[in-house]
Design a binder for this molecule. Structure first.
Ligand code: ASP
Ligand code: MG
Length: 424
């Protein structure tokens, strides 16, 4: 017997027949004698629709500014998950499974007060464990909790992954299964490189990089949580036949296991290639070379909620001034330029150049820690394809390279192949 948290994303609960299919997956695990809690997202597209309504309402009401109360935003957008949790409980009951739905506030899933992007502070696991002992399947609405002001909060887009992992940590589950519309984590995006392979296992650290660098399988925060609490997390498909052989395998269900690196025996040097399109590069020329300059630039950008990514500063040639280059999402360029314009006099720099339509391609692997020459291999491979490198940043387990957008696909395929990731 095992204790399992099963999470189903929006496409897996997109309509009543899919909800029935999800119920079959749940019933399989229950019939095998496991303790099960389920976390659901809203039906796919629902949250977007709800967010759209929230944004439209002030305009329709004639307000001059498109402003709205973040607590009411949460009250509205959390409702998508309320619907699917109830529907799944009904489907399970109709199949003879003892189940009921729970909203975030009922458990309670306590969060901080950052409405719209709240963080989970505490979940009392004993509450759910009591349900397990009564043989009840708890169907929990993902994405939502309760804030200190006693109001509904939501965890940011994609947040039901985080709900699931947090619940798995709170009840000390043996596994957290994230059911989605793909059957695992791939070495790269299979839509770009059909030779991409499904990984049997990937370490928490690598998955964190993959998720942060553009792979959209899991919310980044859910991977952080899984890493901190060592929650063994499976990414698997809800579209597989629930009763196919091996689906109920306790240790090795089909999918990708995200786990501690110690569990990965055959470690490759490089595990995957991620990419993020629509990046823009901003360069500041003749930036004064003195303490406080970087803070003078990046604090105001952070305060304006601009997500700065790669930052490259040159060594000063004359000891007086230097160059500084960084990237932001395309959509933030105008806002960033406005902020820079305001700080230019105080900080001291000359020209601001910017160019959008860049892509960041990243090579990820914990094997890099113990292997030399991984970066050089990437640079050579890109050079052979005449792809120009605009900026480079590295960490212990990743190399990120900024290139011109139109070369994204070619760069991803080239790197995928040069590190031996292609399936044969
Ligand atoms: N329904 C929410 C969203 O679309 C949460 C989730 O799906 O994880 O962002
Ligand atoms: Mg999702």
């Amino acid at each position: 017997m095992a204790r399992i948290v099963m999470k189903f994303g929006g496409t897996s609960v997109a309509d009543l027949s899919r909800i029935h299919n999800v119920a079959r997956h749940v019933k399989r695990e229950v019939d095998a004698g496991n303790q099960v809690a389920v976390v659901v997202s809203a039906m796919s597209g629902k949250t977007n629709e709800l967010v759209g309504w929230v944004q439209e309402t002030p305009k329709v009401a004639g307000a001059s500014m498109p402003l709205y109360d973040a607590r009411e935003y949460d009250a509205v957008v959390a409702s998508g998950e309320q619907v699917t949790s109830g529907l799944l409980a009904i489907a399970l009951q109709s199949m003879g499974v003892h189940a009921r739905s729970w909203q975030g506030w009922q458990i309670p899933i306590k969060t901080d007060g950052a409405h719209g992007a709240a963080r989970i502070l505490d979940i009392d696991g004993s509450f759910l464990i009591r349900r397990f002992e009564e043989g009840q399947v708890a169907v929990v609405a993902g994405f939502q909790g309760i804030a200190p002001d006693n109001r509904i909060s939501t965890l940011g887009r994609g947040g039901s992954d985080t709900s699931a992992v947090a619940i798995a940590a709170a009840v000390k589950a043996d596994r957290c299964d994230i059911y989605t519309d793909v059957d695992g984590v791939y070495t790269t995006d299979p839509r770009i490189e059909p030779k991409a392979r499904r990984l049997a296992k990937i370490s928490f650290e690598e998955m964190l990089e993959m998720a942060s660098l553009g792979a959209k399988v899991l919310q980044v925060r859910s991977v952080e949580l899984a890493m901190v609490h060592k929650v063994r997390t499976f990414v698997r498909s809800s579209f597989d036949d629930p009763d196919a052989p091996g689906m109920g395998d306790l240790l090795n269900p089909p999918g990708t296991l995200i786990c501690d690196e110690d569990e990965i025996v055959e470690q490759q040097v490089v595990t995957g290639i991620a990419y993020a399109k629509d990046e823009a590069q901003i360069s500041l020329r003749r930036v004064a070379d003195r303490p406080g300059v970087a803070a003078g630039i990046f604090l105001p950008l952070a305060e304006a909620n601009i997500n700065v990514d790669m930052i490259v500063q040159n060594i000063s040639e004359d000891g007086k001034s230097t160059d500084m280059t960084f990237t932001v999402p395309n959509g933030d360029v105008a806002k960033a330029l406005a902020v820079l314009d305001q700080v230019r006099k105080d900080v001291g720099f000359d020209v601001v150049q910017h160019e959008d339509g860049m892509s960041k391609v990243s090579v990820i692997g914990i094997g890099m820690r113990s292997h030399a020459g991984v970066a050089a291999t990437a640079f050579k491979a890109l050079a052979d394809k005449a792809i120009n490198i605009r900026a480079i940043t590295t960490s212990e387990i990743k190399i990120s390279i900024l290139i011109d957008g139109p070369y994204t696909e070619l760069a991803v395929r080239t790197l995928h192949s040069v590190y031996g990731l292609d399936k044969h």
